[in-house]
Design a protein around this ligand. Structure first.
Ligand code: NAG
Ligand code: NAG
Ligand code: NAG
Ligand code: NAG
Ligand code: NAG
Ligand code: NAG
Ligand code: NAG
Ligand code: NAG
Ligand code: NAG
Ligand code: NAG
Length: 401
């Protein structure tokens, strides 16, 4: 993993400020550890090379690892790209002073739920990497770190992250959801592969765009307004993640019950469209004017079904055998099917009906924020239904069918 180098350096380089260990693993100390780390890092910001100190204690000064010798700090660079900071321990109460990337420091503190993570480090990576003795630092520091301190730090750091399993972590707290730093446990290294190194690519396959930061700043590369919850008619760029992808046992499906495919319906009279849906937890519908495409897809924790709603759109065709594509900007009827399905079906009245003619009727199954439903595999049956209807008036019925 990309962090192994950092972890190794950190393990050699740190000193534990551990409190007495608890026997049972509990998350009760995590928040406190995070807050302690923030407090320490704020305290470190006030230190200079001239600060007095207690011999044997450690700190961070100007982003460098500082050991107190004879009442004065002796500084050692963390090396290029790393900064010195107090980090929360994970398996026990306490903190450890270590060298890490600025992003790692922020994500580890954010993962505890402690706030002010964005301002936690004692100095920027830039100032640390500007230090002269970067290349020599690790070996010289390993000589001065005590064995027990190194062991404590090693335990605390390697037992975190879920990066190797590729699953999402259990971090679900306000700090993680408001932090401006991508949690290191979420970095998707698979996105770094452009796909052209496969043994037998399909003819015409092109290289994928790649990213080592989950494309978090992708929209800065295109000249588009940001997707901000409104329906920007000229298009926009969306930074919201796709969210939870439904598994293959939870792929939504739909079929028109009325009018069923090839049904005839009296023209210019109310009729009620009825859609049977499966594997869509209906009734989930957010404000389409302010929250359009503005949050990730979610599924029901118990059933795995996508939480969303459906729509009906009816388009007039020139004839049943029309072969030219329709114009999606033009339709005869459109309605969100926002209710909770009753007996597996959603319905709505087409008030006043539609003029005589041939029509195509489609469902549009969507997640709560109106994005099309996303499922786990590429090859699957249609997640929506389309049918064709004849709207007739009595005079022209025979002409139509
Ligand atoms: C530390 O003390 C020296 C000598 O008194 C002084 O020149 C220097 O500016 C001080 N540095 C800081 C960071 O205060
Ligand atoms: C973070 O630090 C910057 C610069 O030191 C400061 O301007 C800002 O107010 C701080 N923000 C918080 C939330 O503490
Ligand atoms: C995450 O937090 C949100 C908001 O507090 C909550 O609705 C949701 O159930 C939580 N999810 C998990 C998996 O704990
Ligand atoms: C795809 O990635 C490989 C390295 O994994 C690189 O050699 C190749 O040039 C890349 N192709 C494109 C089109 O970027
Ligand atoms: C959202 O973006 C559109 C342009 O795409 C803009 O007209 C609108 O004012 C923005 N609204 C908000 C709330 O930012
Ligand atoms: C949409 O794009 C067209 C053509 O580029 C432009 O004339 C129009 O002003 C744009 N509308 C908005 C709301 O940005
Ligand atoms: C998940 O689905 C089950 C079964 O339909 C339902 O009882 C439960 O209320 C749903 N949970 C949520 C959070 O909507
Ligand atoms: C559609 O059917 C009509 C006869 O009903 C025929 O005249 C016409 O050529 C057909 N159009 C196409 C595109 O097949
Ligand atoms: C529910 O649907 C079944 C067939 O799918 C139908 O036989 C039954 O009458 C419906 N029940 C209600 C209350 O609509
Ligand atoms: C048509 O449907 C509307 C509701 O959508 C209703 O108010 C109206 O009474 C209906 N008309 C007839 C003739 O049933």
């Amino acid at each position: 993993m990309k962090f192994s180098t950092v972890f190794a350096a950190a393990a050699l380089f740190s000193a534990a400020h551990a409190r007495p260990r608890y026997i049972a693993r509990s998350s009760s100390f995590l928040l406190q550890n995070g807050e302690d780390a923030i407090a320490l890092n704020n305290q470190f910001k006030t230190l200079t090379t001239n600060s007095t100190c207690t011999t044997g204690s450690n700190a961070c000064v100007n982003g460098e690892f500082a050991q107190c010798v004879g009442g004065k700090y002796v500084l050692q660079s963390c090396g290029s790209g790393l900064t010195c900071a107090a980090l929360p321990l994970v398996n026990s109460a306490g903190t450890s002073i270590t060298c890490a990337t600025e992003a790692d420091v922020q994500s580890r503190i954010a993962a505890t739920g402690a706030t002010s993570a964005a301002n936690s480090t004692s100095s920027s990576v830039a100032s640390a990497s500007a230090s002269a003795s970067a290349s020599a630092s690790v070996s010289s520091c390993s000589a001065t770190a005590t064995a027990s301190a190194a062991a404590a730090a090693s335990t605390s750091i390697t037992s975190t992250g879920t990066t190797s399993s590729g699953t999402t972590s259990a971090s679900n707290n306000t700090a993680a959801q408001s932090s401006l730093t991508l949690l290191s446990s979420l970095i998707n290294t698979g996105f770094e592969d452009n796909g052209t190194n496969e043994f037998s690519p399909e003819a015409g396959e092109i290289a994928s765009a790649t990213s080592s930061n989950n494309f978090i700043n992708f929209c800065a590369t295109v000249n588009k307004p940001l997707t901000n919850g409104t329906q920007a008619a000229n298009g926009s760029c969306n930074a919201a993640p796709m969210g939870v992808i439904a598994g293959t046992n939870n792929m939504p499906s739909a079929k028109w019950v009325y009018p069923a495919n090839m049904d005839t319906v009296p023209a210019n009279q109310n009729f009620t469209v009825v859609l049977a849906v499966s594997h869509l937890q209906t009734g989930h519908f957010v404000n389409p004017a302010t929250n359009f495409f503005a949050a990730p897809q979610t599924v029901n924790d118990t059933t795995g079904d996508i939480q969303g709603h459906s729509h009906v759109v009816i388009e007039k065709l020139q004839a049943l055998n029309q072969t030219t594509p329709t114009s999606p900007g033009t339709f005869a009827f459109f309605k969100g099917l926002n209710d909770v399905a009753v007996n597996g079906t959603l319905s709505t009245v087409v008030t006043g009906g539609l003029p005589a003619g041939v029509y195509r009727m489609a469902s549009i199954n969507a997640a709560a924020n109106h994005q099309p439903v996303l499922v786990a595999v590429a090859q699957h049956g249609a997640l929506d239904d389309m049918s064709h209807e004849f709207l007739y008036d009595h005079l022209r019925h025979d002409d139509l069918i």
